[in-house]
Design a protein around this ligand. Structure first.
Ligand SMILES: C[S@@+](CC[C@H](N)C(=O)[O-])C[C@H]1O[C@@H](n2cnc3c(N)ncnc32)[C@H](O)[C@@H]1O
Length: 417
């Protein structure tokens, strides 16, 4: 089979994403592993695929402006790519139109050509019309989500948040002190840039493959440190990291414990648990006892009960991910208004299964990467109502439009003696 171009790969990925309902990252990385594209073509395929995914509503609005009659889905996908290049990337007209027409089946080429030429002629007008559209169209977000953020955060912050979600995410990494000290890291990887006020974190321009392979760092946003720092684990303690895969926080917890003590590490997903094991091996975490376990099941296995009660428990709960939308580009297209309450129930169920494994005076941190009160403050409130032996000691949150990092929430609960 002939090698696919960057544009063909991006289009194939979009069609697969639309039809198969897999995660966007999974689809595009699967396609890219099968090609021999050079680095810049790979980067272009990613830019096109994620750029179109980020801007779906806006691109469809423009398609509606230049084409009155209905069009089928495959043709729509091609036009989305063409208009993204013309109006968002500002690719020169010849390349954008010619290359997009080439993507179409022969019988559709005339239509694609005509629509893209019209869009080129009307470029300024199309851009001006977009600027007058409501926020959910201009920034391509589900309307219900924008409206709830406007209610929760106000119009200005909701707008900042939507724009933030559409920016490509920087590559941040946590230096892994279990393998290398900070000075040596910065010397070995001079392309890394330390973050102000976050001394354990650095920024890279692209994935630092060598540093990652050697376990010298782990890709994570600085907001993920908040929960671990509230947990404040000490060497020689017994910690339970209950919903832990792929292990970003486990690695940091082990570092804070200086690799002394025990961390029982669980996740219900077998594949993610395997990845977690690989990550812990690479990071040099020697104190993790890793097992697959689902907290909504009935029985807690002896591998856990034999180590309980725990000094500290981290529940980094499954959530709607609304705080990490700039990294998980397709999350916004999966979300439904009912998801927040559904997640709330699941989060409560997981916490209830875990509270009894905590020591008297023990500390439980509940965290999410959601911005939604149903999954954060409301969960904590309901847990406190039904568990009189728990008290809230502290709550922390990271809000993208305020803190300039991913969104995160963490609450520290203490069990009475
Ligand atoms: C937010 S992620 C954890 C991220 C992880 N703490 C890290 O820093 O890399 C939530 C995890 O909870 C797991 N999970 C969801 N429901 C669960 C359950 N009922 N029991 C155990 N694990 C669960 C998911 O498989 C997922 O890996």
């Amino acid at each position: 089979m002939a090698e696919l171009s960057a544009r063909q790969i991006a289009l194939t990925a979009l069609r697969l994403w639309r039809k198969e309902k897999h995660f966007a990252d999974f689809i595009i990385s699967g396609l890219l592993t099968k090609t021999e594209l050079n680095v810049s073509d790979r980067a272009f395929a990613l830019e096109l695929f994620y750029g179109v995914l980020r801007n779906l509503t806006l691109l469809d609005f423009w398609i509606g402006c230049v084409r009155a009659s209905g069009i089928d889905r495959d043709l729509r996908d091609i036009l989305r790519f063409g208009l993204y290049q013309l109006l968002c990337l500002r690719t020169p007209e010849h390349a954008a139109v010619h290359e997009t027409v080439e993507l179409a089946a022969k019988k559709q080429r005339n239509v694609v050509n005509a629509i893209l030429r019209t869009a080129t002629r009307q470029r300024s007008e199309l851009l001006a019309r977009a600027a007058t559209q409501p926020l959910f169209v201009r920034t391509s977000h589900p309307q219900f989500l924008v409206e709830r953020w406007q209610q929760h955060f106000g119009d200005e912050h909701a707008e900042e948040l939507c724009k933030w979600n559409n920016l490509p995410a920087p590559v941040y990494a946590r230096i892994n002190l279990l393998k290398i000290d900070r000075t040596k890291f910065l010397h070995t990887y001079p392309e890394s840039r330390p973050l102000r006020d976050r001394s354990m974190f650095v920024q890279f321009n692209s994935l630092p493959s060598s540093a990652l392979e050697r376990g010298h760092c782990y890709i994570q946003d600085p907001s993920t440190a908040v929960a671990c720092e509230l947990l404040d684990p000490k060497p020689a303690e017994r910690i339970l990291d209950a919903t832990a895969a792929p292990g970003g926080k486990t690695g940091y917890i082990a570092q804070l414990m200086e690799n002394l003590g025990i961390i029982v590490v669980c996740d219900r997903d077998p594949q993610r648990t395997d990845t977690l094991k690989e990550n812990m091996a690479r990071l040099g975490v020697g104190i993790a006892q890793i097992l697959q376990h689902d907290w909504t099941g009935k029985r807690v296995p002896p591998e856990i009960t034999s180590v309980a009660p725990f000094d500290r428990i981290l529940i980094d709960a499954p959530c709607s991910n609304t705080g990490v939308m700039r990294r998980r580009v397709d999350v916004k297209w999966r979300l439904r208004a009912t998801d927040f309450l559904r997640m709330h129930q699941r989060q409560i169920e997981i916490i209830r299964a875990l509270v009894r494994l905590l020591k008297p005076n023990g500390l439980l941190v509940y965290s999410t990467c959601s911005l939604e009160p149903e999954e954060n403050e409301e969960v904590v409130r309901r847990i406190l109502e039904s568990s009189p032996d728990l008290r809230l000691a502290e709550e922390e949150r990271s809000l993208p439009f305020q803190d300039r990092f991913d969104g995160a929430f963490a609450a520290k609960l203490i069990r009475s003696a």
